[in-house]
Design a protein around this ligand. Structure first.
Ligand code: IPD
Ligand code: CA
Length: 272
């Protein structure tokens, strides 16, 4: 039997342990090794979509450990890791989610590592070094902060919901995202923009946000946080009837989720 068949408990535990080890290794390196004069190494989709030397080095550290331990696995990383793999297991890695926060010395950045089998996320780890917190989940086994189980808040009414969101790096997209926020903000308690989608999803899991949505995420931003939020009791999705995707990511407890998702659909949060 290959790992493409029913994944065993032993496999899940192995993947979780490895994700935790890789995230901690990268987190220590990023926290302790951040140069005071850290600058931008390259830009991607626009002049404000930046990569630092530390993003690149942290991804190498993570992929080096993973491929050393499990050389048959596939890899997909924000900074370019792309390996097909033959085991059926694929690692989805964001070495720094919240790169702009990291560049400026703000604390909200995280290492996000997920393991997928047949496209289904089995394990998710989001390590937040400056909070001293590690969020983790295994499919069907609940979500934890360290060793403490975590749950979403009870569903709030939309008008009382504290809602996290984020913005892309392209000006045209930001104009539409700002328009959605302009219309949503009078209808909710308030909006938060933390700067790391992975942490936002974990904050829903921890009951620190009622809900979160964003257009334009990539799989490495949401793969681990999505599983952690769902295992903490959230529903996640995209447009009504669709799974979450780069077009739209929504996460909230059942009851609030449907209201927010319907409103975001009306407001056109899924297009530029
Ligand atoms: C970004 C963060 C941010 C979100 C952006 C992402 P990065 O990831 O998650 O919160 O608003 O859409 O691209 O660039 O810091 O890895
Ligand atoms: Ca990211």
């Amino acid at each position: 039997m290959t790992e493409q068949d029913e994944p065993s408990g032993r496999l899940k535990q192995e993947l979780l342990d490895l994700a935790l080890e890789a995230a901690t290794l990268a987190g220590d390196f990023l926290r302790d090794g951040r140069p005071d004069d850290l600058g931008v190494a390259a830009t991607k989709t626009s002049a404000i979509d930046v990569v630092t030397e530390m993003d690149i080095a942290a991804e190498k550290l993570i992929t080096g450990l993973l491929s050393d331990r499990r050389p048959e696995d596939g890899l997909l990383g924000e900074e370019g890791a792309s390996v097909e793999g033959t085991s059926g297991v694929e690692w989805v890695i964001d070495p720094i989610d919240g790169t702009v926060n990291y560049l400026y010395g703000l604390p909200s950045w995280a290492i996000s590592i997920a393991a997928r089998v047949n496209g289904e996320t089995l394990v998710g780890v989001v390590h937040v070094p400056m909070r001293g917190e590690t969020f983790r989940a295994v499919l069907g086994e609940g979500a934890f902060i360290g060793d403490r189980p975590t749950r979403v808040r009870p569903a709030a009414k939309l008008g009382l919901a504290l809602v996290g969101t984020g913005f892309g790096y392209l000006a045209e997209r930001k104009v539409q995202q700002a328009e959605v926020v302009r219309r949503l903000i009078p209808e909710v308690r308030d909006i938060r923009r933390g700067g790391s989608a992975a942490i936002d999803l974990c904050d829903v899991a921890a009951g620190r946000l009622d809900a979160y949505y964003e257009r334009g995420l990539n799989p490495w931003d949401y793969a681990a946080g999505d599983l952690i939020a769902r295992e903490a009791g959230a529903v996640t999705g995209g447009r009504p009837g669709e799974p979450l995707s780069p077009a739209l990511t929504v996460a909230a407890p059942p009851g609030l989720f449907e209201r927010l998702q319907a409103r975001l659909n009306e407001l056109g949060a899924w297009h530029d």
